[in-house]
Ligand binder design. Structure first.
Ligand SMILES: Nc1ncnc2c1ncn2[C@@H]1O[C@H](COP(=O)(O)OP(=O)(O)OP(=O)(O)O)[C@@H](O)[C@H]1O
Ligand SMILES: [Mg+2]
Length: 266
């Protein structure tokens, strides 16, 4: 794979750093809108009397339909930021708007509804239920979103087909390869047709070939269905399939890069 040159366009000006993110200005439009806007986000963890500032003044725009990577050294705050962007953690300061919803001013119950409807999560360790086969794992997620019975089974199979795994529908997770398990996890994340897919190091447990296949699939989903993919990764090879990369270091945003020269994408 050829390395893709990155032309950094540091786009966050002082003006953009104002806490001016009106969630109304991020309408849920399918074209050209902002999927997520974060302004002045800070996260301080407190363990007893010890405080740790994991994120400092993060200002970030994620466009609808883009594959957006969060990169940076271990401990730089990537998972914390992804959790805040996905409404799993509430920042100690700042504001996050997701598809017009103000995550930082929503109750826990509302956040849970927003997540269920709009976001599909994918984790490094797949998090499949070991006692359920591939199809049942997807069916269970559909059930949580209100689709049960025959319609649920039909949809589960359609989703497994989309990720190229219909032939393994009856296989138990222990009989699937890492790449296949991650495909089941992607099918599960696609239940309910969410606008946004969030993934925390989805290829870390995979060999390079299956890792690349998983990433290509996520990119294809983003482009063919205009879905937004926000992905934490350490893997520099994944940069090839991204539209934009945000680098974090020590809890601070370093640069926001627009990737050009897409010739290396496949
Ligand atoms: N619940 C918590 N309580 C206290 N400190 C935390 C908590 N969660 C994260 N941290 C600290 O915040 C910092 C950022 O953690 P985070 O998990 O976001 O890093 P990361 O960039 O995802 O790292 P890695 O690449 O190793 O997964 C770390 O120093 C971590 O120890
Ligand atoms: Mg992490």
């Amino acid at each position: 794979m050829t390395a893709t040159p990155i032309n950094f366009q540091v786009s966050l000006t002082d003006t953009a750093k104002r806490l001016d993110a009106s969630c109304d200005s991020t309408p849920n439009t399918l074209h050209g809108g902002k999927a997520i806007v974060a302004r002045g986000v800070e996260m301080v963890f407190q363990n007893g009397s010890q405080k740790y500032r994991a994120l400092k003044d993060i200002n970030l725009d994620i466009n609808q339909g883009e594959v957006h990577l969060l990169m940076g050294p271990s401990g730089s705050g990537k998972t914390t930021l992804l959790s805040i962007l996905g409404g799993i953690l509430t920042p100690t300061q700042g504001r996050v708007c997701l598809l017009g919803h103000d995550l930082t001013r929503s109750s826990r119950a509302k956040l849970s509804k927003i997540r269920l409807k709009n976001i599909g999560f994918i984790f490094q360790e797949f998090n499949l239920f070991p006692a359920l086969n591939a199809m049942e794992n997807v069916e269970l997620a559909l059930e949580m979103k209100g689709l049960k019975g025959r319609a649920g089974r039909r949809e589960a199979m359609a989703l497994l087909e989309q990720v190229g795994l219909a032939h393994k529908a009856k296989s138990m997770p222990r009989d699937l390869s890492g790449g296949q398990k991650q495909r089941v996890a992607i099918a599960r994340a696609l239940t309910g047709n969410p606008e946004i897919i969030m993934a925390d190091e989805p290829t870390a447990a995979l060999d390079s070939q299956s890792g690349h296949a998983v990433i290509s699939l996520l990119r294809q989903l983003a482009k063919e269905r205009n879905r937004t993919v926000v992905m934490v990764t350490h893997d520099p090879r994944i940069v090839d399939v991204a539209d934009r990369v945000t680098y974090l270091e020590d809890g601070m945003l370093q640069a926001d890069g627009l990737l050009q020269n897409r010739s290396a994408i496949h």
